[in-house]
Design a binder for this molecule. Structure first.
Ligand code: B1M
Length: 235
């Protein structure tokens, strides 16, 4: 009978490679519970959070992105995929953010005005927390005024700007130029990131660093904070 075939696939019965392929399918199909279950299975098999994130979740979302670009998937499906990815990320969050150390610096991070993509930003925030930073995530679709208020309120070492659209990435320059106009640009390290950006764009908008991914964001943040503290100590 048809319903006999609808029994859930036992994800535990799959070997690692099969399970990776299955999660890519499940992400694609927006099956949040299955993605969460598989994330837990990988953890129980001793996979590190970084490996699960990169080989399973980020790679699955890359596949979704290709079909979104090619008009095979549409916004509603991609939203479900994004929700599934977030489900997996939430399980990994405490592991990625595991740190008992004193904060090594503070970052305010947000996605620029007009842009609601937040998966990459959230990942950066998690990895920064995991590396010992205090992270103030101010969300998505952030106008310059809100960035400035957050800087004033939290006095971070770093401002992180995220943009995923070619139409919203120029807004990073609006934020940085406004900081210059207000005479506060040099009070902060400004880091930018997002899939359509590159090093040259980061330089062109006047950022201190372009970060290709979350790991690079952590390394760049650590290096630039150390440089800045050394300069201040020498001054
Ligand atoms: Co959007 N979307 N989307 N989307 N979406 C892209 C970005 C796109 C490339 C898809 C495509 O065509 N292949 C395309 C942009 C094309 C372009 O601009 N040239 C696109 C489009 C067109 C759109 C809409 C306009 C579609 C429409 O409505 N017709 C619309 C715009 C909405 C808006 O923002 N105003 C839209 C909507 C959506 C959804 C809402 C459905 C959903 C977002 C859900 C969410 O985020 N909550 C969505 C998604 C999921 C994507 C794709 C498929 C995946 C993005 C993602 O999460 N990647 C994306 C295709 C793609 O990028 N492959 C796409 C995984 C994430 C881990 O990577 O975000 O790159 P990423 O983050 C990385 C690095 O970039 C870096 O580190 C992160 C972690 O390693 N990084 C930083 C990011 N921010 C950083 C900040 C830092 C440092 C590093 O600060 C220090």
């Amino acid at each position: 009978m048809a319903e006999d075939f609808e029994d859930d696939l036992d994800l535990n019965s799959l070997d690692d490679d099969e399970l990776v392929a299955q999660v890519h399918d499940d992400l694609y199909n927006g099956l949040k519970e299955e993605v969460e279950e598989a994330t837990n299975i990988f953890l129980s098999r001793g996979w590190g959070a970084d490996r699960i994130l990169n080989e399973v979740l980020v790679e699955g979302m890359r596949i979704v992105g290709v079909d979104f670009r090619d008009g095979i998937l549409f916004v509603p499906e991609v939203l479900l995929a994004a929700g599934s990815m977030k489900g997996g990320m939430e399980i990994l969050r405490p592991l990625l953010a595991e740190t008992g150390a004193e904060p090594i610096g503070k970052i305010v991070i947000g996605t620029v005005k007009g842009d609601i993509h937040d998966i990459g930003k959230n990942l950066v925030a998690m990895m920064m927390e995991g590396a010992g930073f205090e992270v103030i995530d101010i969300g998505i679709n952030i106008p310059v005024e809100t960035y400035l208020e957050a800087l004033e309120k939290h006095k971070p070492d770093i401002l992180g700007l995220s943009a995923l659209l070619t139409t919203t990435m120029p807004y990073m320059k609006v934020v940085i130029d406004t900081m210059k106009e207000q005479g506060i640009r040099d009070d902060y390290i400004v880091l930018v990131g997002g899939a359509p950006l590159n090093e040259a764009f980061g330089e062109a908008v006047g950022a201190d660093g372009y970060c290709r991914d979350a790991a690079v964001a952590v390394e760049t943040a650590k290096t630039l904070i150390a440089d800045r503290r050394a300069q201040r100590a020498a001054a």
